[in-house]
Design a protein. Structure first.
Length: 267
């Protein structure tokens, strides 16, 4: 979802979802309380904040001045789950939504107009939630892409089946110029855009597992300098640690949203 203001014409090239279609273009957190969310992620990840064009319920998170993610304090108002969601660039939101429905996926919201584009919140046929965005990307998108402060992994029942679903919905590995490339490496699916790894898909999730961390879902990872410091800060500020290794930890924020912090050297 594009939270930010587009660049005025003539000042700088604006990147459109049409030119990077199929690739992850943003990550967004749906929360209940913007202020509490700012305090938690400011303490855990050191983020700063700037307003977003969409209003008081929306923020852009910054790391060292560069955009990292969007916060949308609309979970209660829109009756949505508190969760991190990746968004993928598409050339047509209507076409992408129709393809999801044709392939037994679910449409939760949209497409809806959020100038300067359109968005929808969807779920694949195994229940993993994701979003799509058609239109101009946020002002500093190229900086975000080059810095890669966030990356995503789909934990799903069958990686190859999921790759077919997303490939058909998002035009992966199609004959269209500029499409994302799909590779099968070491038992997982690796998605590349312009040569860069932008997402991974792994098998092994269980559809009916009582633990939501085991069910199919897109996991958002943030690269950090000190995983241990992030886990301590999360616990001190109302979050919890679901699992922890030397270079990675799966955390839950104060509101219940799950995310992963990963050491920069392991990215």
């Amino acid at each position: 979802m594009n939270h930010d203001t587009p660049i005025p014409s003539g000042t700088k090239d604006v990147v459109s979802s049409h030119s990077v279609f199929g690739a992850p273009c943003w990550v967004s957190l749906t929360s209940r309380d913007v202020k509490a969310t700012e305090e938690f992620y400011g303490a855990v990840l050191g983020w700063q904040w700037r307003p977003a064009k969409l209003g008081d319920r929306f923020r852009i998170a910054l790391a060292d001045g560069s955009p990292v993610a969007g916060i949308a304090g609309v979970a209660t108002m829109w009756q949505m789950a508190v969760a991190w969601t990746p968004y993928f660039a598409v050339r047509s939101a209507d076409d992408a939504v129709a393809r999801v429905q044709e392939r037994m996926g679910t449409v939760a919201v949209g497409p809806i107009s959020l100038p300067p584009g359109r968005a929808a919140l969807l779920a694949d046929r195994d229940g993993a939630t994701f979003g799509i965005w058609e239109g101009d990307l946020f002002t500093d998108w190229e900086t975000w892409r080059n810095a890669q402060p966030a990356f995503i992994t789909l934990h799903t029942r069958d990686a190859f089946d999921a790759a077919i679903f997303y490939g058909e919905v998002l035009d992966w590995a199609s004959e269209s110029p500029g499409c994302c490339e799909v590779h099968y490496e070491g038992g997982e699916v690796v998605l590349r855009s312009r040569g860069d790894v932008v997402a991974r898909i792994e098998s092994g999730a269980l559809e009916a597992a009582p633990d939501p961390t085991i069910r199919p879902h897109w996991q958002v990872h943030f690269t950090v300098d000190d995983v241990e410091a992030c886990t301590r800060a999360a616990e001190l500020h109302g979050g919890s640690v679901l699992s922890k290794g030397s270079d990675e930890a799966v955390l839950r924020d104060h509101d219940g949203a799950q995310f992963t912090v990963t050491s920069r050297r392991e990215r």
